[in-house]
Ligand binder design. Sequence first.
Ligand code: BV8
Ligand code: ZN
Length: 244
Amino acid sequence: MIEKSWFAGLNKKTTVAVLTGAGISKESGVPTFRDSDGLWKKFKPEELASFDAFISNPDLVWDWYQFRRDLIHKVQPNPGHFALAKIESLLPNFTLITQNVDNLHRRAGSRNVLEIHGNIDKNYCVKCQKRHDGTQFNGKKAPRCDCGGLVRPDVVWFGEMLPEKTIQAAFRAAEEADYFFSIGTSAYVYPAANLPVIAKMAGAVFIEINPQETPLSQQAHHFISMPSGEALPEILRILESIIL
Ligand code: BV8
Ligand code: ZN
């Protein structure tokens, strides 16, 4: 399944960029969005992950994020997250771009993480923009800021701009990558799904890890149809054997 020859010539100077999606957290017990048992099964994305949805039904959207926060706080990073953190420690030029808002990469020890869709543990007031990151909100109702404004999760909803500096850094990492891995993402949401294509067009070796085919699988130099929790430890072992 995974050939050592794919990584021939990879060394400490090699620039590597990785894009992850919800699939890398599946083996931690976090449901993905679009798998058959996914989060979108009951609700449509636009009904939950959009500003209009939040304003028209703040308690429903807030409660959905509370449900996900509570779940994420109970789970652990899995071997896929830990392997990526180890690979980062082997390679000085390594960038991890994630669409996930679940903090599991950082909890596994990854350091250079670009959270292009935000972070579920961060919040801010829609009226005065005051940050409410550390506050532990309990309860199902959308909390209010001391200015009276609604507090929202600091995640990127449909139709919202991605954090400018973060997405620019992600585009740069894709353009400069010698190797680009797309792991556990259905490559359905933009502009994230552009990143692997940008990398490949700029000359990177494009490797995709996903048990299912995606719209990008045909373009990958190597398509590894395995769960990331199995594939990444195997790739780590190969890299440890070739990087001196
Ligand atoms: C923007 C909120 C611009 C955070 C999310 C038409 C064409 C192109 C683009 C558009 C279009 N219409 C609209 C757009 C733009 C839109 C978009 O892409 N829409 C889609 C539906 C077509 N994008 C946006 O709106 C973005 N903003 O473009 O702004 C702009 C310009 C000017 C002015 C204003 C704005 C914002 C995008 C972010 C949306 N936010 N969620 C949250 O709640 O988490 S989207 C949601 O999907 C999550 O963020 C998630 O990160 C993202 C991607 O999902 P995946 O991570 O890929 O997860 P999924 O379930 O889909 O797939 C899981 C995969 O894992 C599967 O392939 C499965 O096979 C695999 N898997 C399963 N098990 C494993 C595994 N893999 C490995 N191992 C396993 N064990
Ligand atoms: Zn406020």
